[in-house]
Ligand binder design. Structure first.
Ligand code: NDP
Ligand code: 2IT
Length: 453
């Protein structure tokens, strides 16, 4: 691209973003996610008048619809609670809406719109027929009893069931929504509908869930990292890795890194990080699974149990590593963290979380030309196996562990290929550009074919 064309693309990006911010005031995370896409695809749009004339970017950044509803329920003390829930059905151009539900006090419209937008692109990258959606509630599951969580899930489904369906919209888990919540939601959906369908994914293995779905996001992120490293005749084996978070994605990222011969030296939660230079082995990981999946405790207990350092209130990015796997939440890694990682010799960042790096952090990773995989590429393994769960449900069969794992590996390999195809620049691969263009063109072509809708 010549200097003049680049300047034109930048000016057009600024103009577009001004309009988007005006139409969606206060939705900072949504602005951030859209800006990241638009700045990489604008040259393509300017080169393709059919995209510009069809107002493709304007249409792609407006959700198909958003449903907002009240969830009234009663806590254990008999107090009435009124929470707010959303389902953002972002885009169904290439398949039924698909994406997780997030529970937490920080959930709001801007967060769910950024997640629904990212999901649309991520799902397109998988090559599977899935549109994009996201939903959730400002209900904070921390400290709630089992019964309170169950009542909340049932109350939420009493409204949500009208808007979803196996060929319409298929929700799954995300932060604060794991197999326990999906099970309660599924039980209630089945009761209301009197139909046993695959309308939710992440279900238990005895009622339609897929093997490897629990592990899929974390495993997929490491498979993607392995693809990036293999492309440079290197591998995860022998790498010292930092992982943030200690939930679903972080746990199975750590497990797969270890299986491939890497050493995981950190985990975290919203209270702090542990630093275990000896590495998190199988026994320690079993402790974390019980701590987080069963007892719902805090990661500081790991430091007490295994006698390692606890970084109270801090994130793990000051710990020296070869590769970093941010796997907790959005904007958990800022420009200073990025500088620290680069200064310590980090050569690879694979995002298990959605948009964990701030715009400034991304800018620094790209400028340093390290292997940097954005979430929409690196963490697509979770939704990919959700897609495989939908297929198994539709066929009324269950595939074996090896079969699903092999398909997951293949999907991650194909995403890597798509990133190469669209993002290769000589010897270097720009995975942001590659992922954004591959996803944008897949959804864009479908939208063009459907006409003005
Ligand atoms: P979980 O709820 O299982 O775990 C979330 C982890 O992140 C917990 O350790 C939590 O700590 C930590 N965390 C959450 N919020 C914050 C915060 N504000 N600051 C610091 N730490 C925080 O969620 P998942 O593992 O499922 O999701 C993690 C990320 O991966 C999210 O960005 C999600 O969107 C993304 N993702 C998830 C997929 C999935 O299949 N589950 C698929 C693709 C992406 P604490 O317990 O203290 O809150
Ligand atoms: O962000 C994500 O991709 C998810 N939370 C998983 C979505 C899904 O439908 O499995």
């Amino acid at each position: 691209m010549g200097g003049g064309e680049q300047a034109a693309a930048e000016a057009e990006t600024e103009r577009f973003m001004r309009g988007l911010v005006r139409r969606n005031p206060g939705e900072d995370e949504f602005h951030q996610a859209v800006h990241e896409l638009v700045q990489t695809v604008m040259p393509y749009v300017l080169d393709h008048p059919e995209y510009r004339d069809a107002k493709l970017l304007e249409r792609l950044t407006e959700p198909d619809r958003v449903v907002i509803f009240r969830v009234a329920w009663e806590d254990d003390a008999g107090n009435v609670r009124a929470d707010r829930a959303w389902r953002v059905q972002f885009n169904n151009s290439i398949g039924p809406y698909k994406g997780g539900l997030r529970f937490g006090s920080a959930v709001n419209m801007g967060v769910l719109k950024f997640l629904g937008f990212e999901q649309t692109l991520k799902n397109a990258l998988t090559g599977l027929p899935m549109g994009g959606a996201k939903g959730g509630a400002n209900f904070n599951p921390k400290g709630k009893s089992e019964r309170e969580v169950m009542r909340f899930c049932q109350a939420l489904m009493l409204e949500l069931h009208r808007h979803i369906g196996e060929d319409t919209d298929v929700p799954a888990g995300d932060i604060g929504v794991g197999s326990r919540e999906i099970s309660y939601l599924f039980g209630q959906y089945k009761r209301i509908q009197n139909r046993f369908t695959g309308t939710l994914t992440g279900k238990g293995l005895t009622f339609g869930g897929s093997l490897v779905r629990t592990e899929a996001t974390g495993y997929g992120a490491v498979y993607f990292a392995e693809n990036m490293l293999n492309h440079r005749d290197d591998s995860v084996a022998g790498k010292v890795c930092t992982v943030s978070g200690s939930g679903n994605v972080a746990i199975y990222t750590a497990e797969k890194i270890r299986q491939l011969g890497g050493t995981v030296v950190s985990l975290s939660d919203s209270s702090g990080s542990i630093h275990d230079p000896a590495g998190i082995d199988e026994e320690k990981l079993a402790f974390v699974k019980d701590l987080k999946e069963v007892r719902r405790g805090r990661i500081c207990e790991y430091a007490e149990r295994f006698g390692c350092e606890y970084l109270d209130g801090r994130r793990p990015w000051s710990i020296p590593c070869d590769a970093a796997f941010p796997s907790a939440t959005q904007n958990e890694l800022d420009g200073r963290d990025a500088e620290t990682l680069l200064g310590n010799g980090c050569v690879l960042v694979a995002e298990g979380a959605n948009m964990p790096s701030t715009s400034e952090a991304v800018r620094r990773f790209l400028a340093a030309r390290i292997m940097y995989a954005p979430g929409k590429a690196a963490n697509a393994g979770g939704v990919a196996v959700s897609g495989l769960e939908q297929s198994q449900n539709a066929l009324r069969i269950a595939w074996g562990r090896e079969q699903v794992d092999e398909r997951l590996r293949e999907v991650m390999r194909q995403i890597h290929e798509r990133c190469l195809r669209w993002g290769r620049d000589g010897d270097h691969v720009d995975y942001v550009k590659g992922a954004n263009l591959a996803a944008f063109v897949r959804v864009g072509e479908a939208m063009l074919a459907h006409g003005i809708v």
